[in-house]
Ligand binder design. Sequence first.
Ligand code: MG
Length: 159
Amino acid sequence: MNHVGIGYDVHRLVEGRKLYLGGVEIPHPRGLDGHSDADVLMHAICDAVFGAVGEGDIGHFFPNTDPRWRGARSKVFLQEAARQVTFRDGKIVNIDATIIAQEPKLAPYIASMKENIAVALGINVRRVGIKATTNELLGFIGRSEGIAAMAVASVERTG
Ligand code: MG
């Protein structure tokens, strides 16, 4: 039986931080603020995978009050999500995600993001879909105050 999960995340864009999306360091004057590397795409995917196995969210597994995760690379979170799937005799079928960012242009980095996410989850890169869209200059994303991501995950489970 296939189970699906959904994930959403948003982080503020601030000065003095590096911008990480899908594990790729993207040249940009500002980066996402957060306790970890604030990789909003990986966080949304993480929650989608946790959701597909009925687990708590990323904050449950990796509280932002825990100094262990300060500055952590978010691939660690994805590795744990994949471990939770395996632990339940599940198998990730596919991931699909959309980044919503007014800037910068992300097309040149999508292939690398897919690769990083596939490696972290231990799945074939053909099972990972990543898209990016702007917010048509509307709202906080349109004003480049932050970047959001949404994701779905499908997990095959025996029970
Ligand atoms: Mg987050």
